[in-house]
Design a protein around this ligand. Structure first.
Ligand code: SF4
Ligand code: SF4
Length: 393
């Protein structure tokens, strides 16, 4: 495993993201498969990964509990645990805190209550890394509300040694990140969604440059875009296979990130042991993409630029009155509008009327939750049109 220095710590360049741990079934909200997830976390640690990233909301709150439980068997100073304050899914009105989505109405009184709960769930006295979760245009007011005092509270915890390093994650625009960093000089690192496709689609390039300008290291999330960079459409695959015939397509995503000098940790939300073993092997070598290869990747992106940039985070699903599996439908839409496979008709025929994009009532609830700013009702309409046209043939 390769490591990079961060202040007084040597951190593995690959981190284990714990948002997509293996589950007992593919059903929405299915519990974590504890046996498989435990094996993966143990394997990661024993093979050199020392950065573990979880959050309050991952796996309905169970990710924090399991990751802490598994890591506890190893000496506390040999692993680094990161978790996040879930302000992106909270509201503060008339002096009252509440959650949005599924957790609306949950009893929560203060950032302190959440932080203490997280420490307890993880079974630790301190977090090595602690982040404001998704500082963006819609969560900025929450995080900067002086009466609520989230940042002041976390700085007190840092002073007390219960947070070693404070940072934030963001799906916001480069301008928002810049403004936030100009206002607050207490943050030590920033995590953004960055991969070769979002370098263009979400202007991750500007975000990376802004964070670098502020002298802070970048942590990468969605390095494979929720798995969508594991395999590409045939045109893109042919382009990459021609350049490196023996490389799996997913290696391009990681090697692109390895080529960025200010990249501290690349998080990958690995869901099975094969991915973990392969990724550890890749991050144990130093084989960053060359300038020529990065230019090729930008050519590839332009063959894929019509894709809806869904990362399958599922933030939008909780508030859908039709209970639509939105990321699944968007993924199908991307396929249907680019290069549909023959298996799509089988998938569609197995779906009920209530599960199809035509069931969307355009209420817009989902859009408020989408960190990618996707106009989901519009995608649903377009996908329903495609299916109508196919049915009319
Ligand atoms: S706009 Fe459609 S997909 Fe979005 S929450 Fe409403 S019904 Fe669900
Ligand atoms: S549509 Fe947006 S919120 Fe929903 S899964 Fe995709 S990226 Fe996440």
């Amino acid at each position: 495993m390769n490591y990079k220095q961060f202040k007084d710590k040597k951190i593995s360049t690959l981190g284990l993201g714990c948002m997509r741990l293996p589950t007992v079934s593919e059903d929405r909200g299915a519990p974590i498969d504890e046996k498989k997830a435990t094996e993966m976390i143990e394997y990661a640690y024993l093979n050199g990964i020392n950065y573990f990233d979880t959050a309050y909301g991952y796996h309905g709150g169970e990710s924090e509990r399991l990751v802490g439980k598994v890591l506890k068997q190893f000496p506390r100073d040999t692993w680094y645990l990161a978790s996040k304050m879930p302000g992106h899914m909270m509201t503060y009105k008339d002096g009252k805190l509440d959650f949005m989505g599924d957790m609306v109405g949950s009893k929560v009184e203060s950032p302190r209550q959440i932080f203490e709960e997280q420490l307890e769930k993880c079974g630790v006295d301190y977090f090595d890394f602690y982040l404001l979760h998704n500082v963006c245009e819609s969560s900025l007011d929450f995080y900067t509300n002086e009466e609520l005092g989230v940042i002041d509270y976390l700085l007190e915890q840092k002073k007390a040694g219960r947070i070693k390093h404070l940072g934030f994650s963001s799906h916001g625009r480069a301008e928002t990140i810049d403004k936030f960093l100009n206002t607050y000089d207490c943050f030590e690192f920033v995590m953004i969604q960055i991969n070769y496709l979002d370098w263009v689609l979400q202007d991750a390039k500007s975000k990376y440059e802004v964070i670098t300008k502020h002298g802070l290291p970048v942590l990468a999330m969605e390095s494979c875009r929720g798995g969508s960079l594991v395999s590409l459409d045939p045109t893109a695959e042919v382009m990459l296979k021609k350049a490196r015939p023996n490389d799996p397509i997913v290696h391009w995503a990681f090697r692109f990130l390895q080529s960025l000098p200010n990249m501290q940790v690349v998080l990958s939300g690995m869901s099975n042991m094969d991915q973990l073993i392969d990724n550890i092997a890749l991050f144990s070598k130093n084989d960053p993409a060359t300038e020529e290869e990065k230019a090729l990747l930008m050519d590839v992106v332009h063959t894929m630029a019509d894709l809806v940039p869904c990362t399958a985070c599922r933030y939008c699903c909780d508030d859908c009155p039709q209970e639509l599996d939105i990321p699944k439908l968007i993924s199908m839409y991307n396929e249907a509008s680019n290069s549909p496979s023959f298996t799509m008709s089988f998938v569609l025929s197995a779906m009920t009327e209530n599960e199809l994009p035509s069931a969307c009532i355009s209420c817009g609830n989902c859009m408020q939750m989408c960190p990618q700013g996707i106009d989901i009702p519009d995608v649903m309409r377009k996908f329903a049109d495609i299916l109508d046209k196919q049915a009319a043939r």
